[in-house]
Design a binder for this molecule. Structure first.
Ligand code: HSE
Length: 438
């Protein structure tokens, strides 16, 4: 029987899941691959925690250098996370001609261009299915299944923690803080939860996907990012009254010679399938010129679903090793020489529909002052809703717009904020919806 030896760096939540699958499903994997996938070394600085796995003597060690430098190891699985030592170990593994599997979206979003270049120069495979969407095979879909398509757009829910928070707030009015604490306990959230809540984790994933879809260098820094921390229960309720749910979306659109790529809370109509994706589940709709719309759906976080994607990558690479190939599928979907710098459109230049909520005093002429400013900037109002006054003080006025340009919207909101009848900065939530009037 042929043997493929694996070294695992990091045995936290997902690393433990990977070890469990490789050990407990060893016979199943052998029957599918035609070789033994041996978990030869596992490195983690925490030697004490009980992970519920019995490793053979000498497998579990503290020093990751001994894993990446072990000449008997074929595949390194990096599950350390973060941008520090994980990068050093991956580069060292590549330098040692080892194949690499990682789930490290932050690292790939920020340093992926140089890491993939190093891997391509060495001719080793570097697989990263679990970096986006947990168990959903989105990387494989873009690199392989949809290879004959121009990808026109992708719209996804890519952060389980945010989706869990928004779903619970929508369904039972749970408080943001309580639900975030639950997500941490369940192991969905990042160690630094601002990465989830502020939309950064979603943008890391979108940076990776846009590179694969459009043949562009990974460009995280130009993606517009807005998280969910300013979403209030009141806006969730208003959204529902207009037939929308609020989701943190990763949106990308091919506009010809540029890409529209952004992450922000978005209102989507109830009949958009993404609006029914709840809890920790992730989903993405990819629109291709040949295929039309394709949707993937599954657990975007958590020990075993994420580990499933890591093992899938490991098996792909093992199969390549067994057939004496590597680099059969280009790392970033396009041949390296065809990957270009494609600009991302600044958010000021996008056109979309908007929801505004103003907090204004309830007296004659207020609505006309607000709508006057919007009209002067060419922003057309689609509907208006004002809640009756129950107590003294400002009341919420909610407006939905037809297509408008972000720069005009921001100018209008700045002007409206200066009106003495308007209290607080208005709330703005972008809407993704078809509109026959536009
Ligand atoms: N913190 C991430 C999430 C983990 O909640 O989706 C998976 O990338």
């Amino acid at each position: 029987m042929k043997e493929i030896n694996i070294g695992l760096l990091g045995c936290g939540t997902v690393g433990t899941g990977v070890a469990k699958i490789l050990i407990e499903n060893r016979d199943l994997i052998r029957s599918r691959v035609g070789a033994n996938l041996n978990l030869r070394r596992v490195a983690d600085i925490d030697l004490k925690s009980d992970r519920g796995i019995r490793f053979d003597d000498g497998v579990f060690i503290a020093d990751a250098h001994k894993v990446v430098d072990d000449p008997g190891i074929d595949i390194i699985i990096e599950m350390i996370g973060g941008e520090g030592v994980a990068k050093d170990f991956i580069l060292r593994a590549i330098d040692n001609n080892k194949q690499v599997v990682t789930a490290n979206k932050a690292l790939l979003a920020n340093h992926g261009n140089s890491i993939f270049k190093a891997a391509a120069e060495k001719g080793v495979d570097l697989a990263f299915e679990a970096s986006v969407g947990g168990c959903m095979p989105i990387i494989k879909s873009l690199r392989e299944s949809l290879v004959g398509n121009h990808v026109k757009s992708m719209t996804g829910i890519l952060n389980g923690t945010c989706n869990y928070i928004l779903s619970r707030s929508t369904d039972d009015g749970s408080s943001f803080e309580d639900v975030l604490a639950e997500a941490q306990e369940k192991g969905f959230a990042e160690a630094d939860t601002t990465l989830d809540v502020e939309g950064i984790d979603t943008a890391h994933k979108l940076a990776i996907l846009t590179s694969l879809a459009y043949g562009m260098e990974i460009n995280f820094k130009d993606i517009y990012i807005e998280g969910i921390s300013n979403i209030t229960p009141m806006d969730i309720v208003f959204a529902g009254q207009f037939g929308y749910r609020i989701k943190l979306l990763a949106i990308s659109k091919d506009t010809g010679n540029a890409v529209d790529a952004r992450v922000h809370p978005t209102m989507i109509p109830f009949d958009n399938l993404l609006s029914s994706v709840n809890g920790v589940l992730n989903a993405i709709t990819i629109s291709g010129d040949a295929v039309g719309d394709v949707m993937l759906y599954g657990h975007g976080a958590g020990m075993m679903p994420t580990a499933s994607a890591v093992v899938s990558d490991t098996v792909d690479i093992a199969r390549n090793l067994l057939s004496g190939t590597s680099g059969r599928v280009p790392l970033l979907s396009y041949q390296m020489e065809n990957i270009r710098k494609i600009p991302i459109i600044p958010v000021d230049e996008i056109f979309t529909h908007y929801y505004f909520r103003f907090s204004a005093v309830d007296r004659p002429g207020v609505l006309s002052k607000i709508s006057g400013i919007l009209g002067d900037l060419g922003i057309s109002i689609k509907s208006v809703h004002q809640k009756g006054r129950k107590t003294k003080g400002p009341v919420p006025i909610v407006m939905l717009t037809h297509l408008a340009k972000e720069a005009d919207v921001q100018k209008a909101l700045t002007k409206i904020t200066t009106l003495d009848v308007v209290k607080d900065r208005p709330v703005l939530i972008r809407i993704e919806d078809e509109d026959e009037q536009d």
